[in-house]
Design a protein around this ligand. Structure first.
Ligand code: ATP
Ligand code: MG
Length: 556
């Protein structure tokens, strides 16, 4: 798909670095999730980028859990993140934790204090904010800025030893209170938090801030290219300042535009609200933009990697159409999904000239997109069938090529039939359609000479199995719910899930496994849901067959 594309700006930087022999030709990236939620499709973009670029240039990628905020983090998230990355098809070199560096980071902080480049401040958060000034106004020193090195060393040690409550003191870098970059106005390095950490337990009551932990962790690991999203552009001078003062490995930070997709939200904080307030059934609800949700819905790793490649690496914020993600899964499933028939809203069809009680086995290729069809399945056929209610019209209109009185259609993989009559109940609902079949018209061996325009799907009454089918629509009814007035949750699409309890499916779908894609002919792509049980099958519609996006792509 992408063989011909030109280099993205990160690849250009890397090729330049390689040609200059920088870092001895070594490329080491990292993916640094905070284990405070499940990964979403935006993270998938970052994963594909970090792992993909390293792979392309014979480099490696570390998985580093950025676990510096003990109150929101959990091992459940660590496990899910590992699983999601593996599922996407990537292998990390080392699995690391920022918390493994807490001792080293503490020593770095002490070194900065000794250089007179960090100080303990007793001011409250409000006082610090007020003294920081504004982008047009320089900040003012708080009273503690001139503390002696000795006093700072002692206080910092006392902070570590748990002598102060949360919020009583912070450690700040001493940089420049007049800097036009607010991030350089004596940013916080450490805060006191008497909290249990999922890895370090109760050893620490002092935790480093992102800005102090991240760059130093990169340097400790000797990361060559630290790729992050655009909101960290103003943090870059601080990233470089710490590395320079500490004279440690000069990792470099590069920024790209985060992925935004319309009709969804993509911040873990918002996704957590949807989960906690039961708007969805969990992080892996098939409507969620999480990797686990997409997986459960039936998205394949390849489709997500292709999506990531197709959207490219931008340096400016933009919003990607959900249709593109759907295009990518259709493209993959069209090639990989096995074809089956399912009837979602059944009506009975009787073939009056077919011997009652007789069953014959017809054949259908599993996958006509592949040479050889990936084998065939046998499809039982008899005089009593189910067809889709909306494939029948009592008074067919002119261009109606499906079934109606006097009309002929082909039953997929089977025979041509003609409708002779139908039966209605008292409420006027059609209950039975009576047809005759043309014995010489069997698919694959049709000598009837009859040509029909329409083909419809069907199931054999005796052998069809029932299943619950879940149809999904976009989770939000507006393009950018985060940018609307009021709470983003007010914009949830009330019709994002339709459950069909008694759909009918081909019998061998009882052997389906989650993650394997099926095309239910004319209905879309489906996969078995993890709620499914042997005696109660549940299928998710991954995506419909209609691809409005493909037309758009051709137009442009
Ligand atoms: P969120 O805002 O969803 O909580 P985050 O940035 O806090 O995301 P992290 O766990 O810190 O989540 O992210 C790990 C990595 O994934 C970071 O390098 C981050 O830049 C990247 N990332 C997060 N969201 C996106 C996105 N929408 N598009 C691209 N990369 C992303
Ligand atoms: Mg983050």
């Amino acid at each position: 798909m992408s063989e011909e594309r030109s280099l993205n700006f990160l690849e250009e930087i890397i090729e330049e670095d390689l040609s200059n022999g920088k870092n001895g030709g070594r490329i080491l990236t990292r993916f640094p999730p905070e284990p405070n939620g499940y990964l979403h499709i935006g993270h998938a973009k970052s994963i594909c980028l970090n792992f993909g670029i390293a792979k392309k240039y014979n480099g490696k990628t570390n998985l580093r859990f950025d676990d510096t905020n003990p109150t929101t983090e959990d091992v459940e998230y660590v496990d899910s993140i590992r699983e999601d990355i593996k599922w996407l098809g990537f292998e990390w070199d080392k699995e690391l934790y920022s918390s493994d560096y807490f001792d080293q980071l503490y020593d770095f902080a002490v070194a900065l204090i000794k250089m007179g480049l960090a100080y303990v401040d007793d001011s409250t958060a409000e006082e610090i904010a007020a003294a920081k000034g504004s982008p047009t106004e320089p900040g003012k020193p708080t009273p503690n800025r001139s503390r002696s090195i000795e006093e700072n060393l002692q206080l910092f040690e006392d902070m570590k030893d748990g002598k102060y409550p949360d919020g009583a003191k912070v450690l700040r870098a001493k940089i420049d209170l007049a800097s036009p970059n607010m991030h350089l106005r004596d940013p916080l390095m450490y805060r006191i938090k008497h909290a249990h950490h999922h890895r370090t337990g109760d050893k620490w009551c002092l935790y480093p801030m992102y800005d102090f932990a991240h760059g130093q962790s990169d340097a400790i690991e000797e990361i060559t290219h630290s790729i992050c999203t655009l909101e960290f552009v103003p943090h870059r001078p601080l990233y470089e300042w710490f590395i320079q003062q500490l004279n440690i490995f000069p990792s470099k930070q590069y920024e790209f535009a985060r992925l935004n997709i319309n009709y969804t939200v993509m911040s873990k904080r918002k996704l957590l609200q949807l989960v906690n307030e039961n708007y969805v059934t969990g992080w892996d609800d098939p409507r969620m933009p999480t990797i686990s949700g997409l997986r459960r819905r039936g998205y394949t790793p390849l489709s997500i990697r292709n999506f990531s490649e197709r959207i490219g690496v931008a340096r400016r914020e933009n919003q990607i159409d959900l249709g593109l993600l759907e295009f990518c899964i259709r493209e993959d499933l069209n090639k990989s999904a096995w074809r089956r028939m399912a009837v979602i809203d059944p009506v009975k069809l009787i073939i009056t000239n077919y011997p009652k009680g007789q069953t014959e086995l017809l054949e259908g290729e599993n996958n006509p997109e592949v040479e050889g069809g990936e084998g065939v399945r046998s499809i039982p056929f008899s005089s009593e069938l189910w067809i889709e209610r909306d494939d029948f019209m009592e008074e067919p209109t002119k261009k109606y090529f499906r079934l109606g009185p006097g009309l002929m259609v082909r039953l997929k993989h089977a025979y041509i039939i003609q409708c002779d009559s139908f039966v209605k109940d008292d409420s006027g609902r059609v209950t039975e359609i009576h047809c005759t079949y043309i014995p010489e018209s069997r698919s694959g061996n049709d000598t009837s000479g009859i040509h029909v325009k329409g083909t419809i799907h069907w199931l054999n009454v005796e052998s069809a199995k029932t299943a619950e089918i879940r149809l999904y629509d976009r989770l939000f009814r507006v393009e950018d719910p985060s940018n609307e007035e009021g709470d983003f949750k007010d914009y949830i699409n009330p019709e994002s899930l339709t459950v069909i309890k008694n759909a009918l499916i081909e019998p061998d779908l009882a052997n389906a496994v989650p993650g394997f894609g099926y095309q239910f002919i004319r209905k879309g792509y489906f996969t078995l849901d993890t709620d499914s049980r042997p005696d109660y099958l549940v299928f998710n519609r991954t995506v419909t067959l209609k691809d409005a996006w493909a037309k758009e792509l051709k137009k442009s």
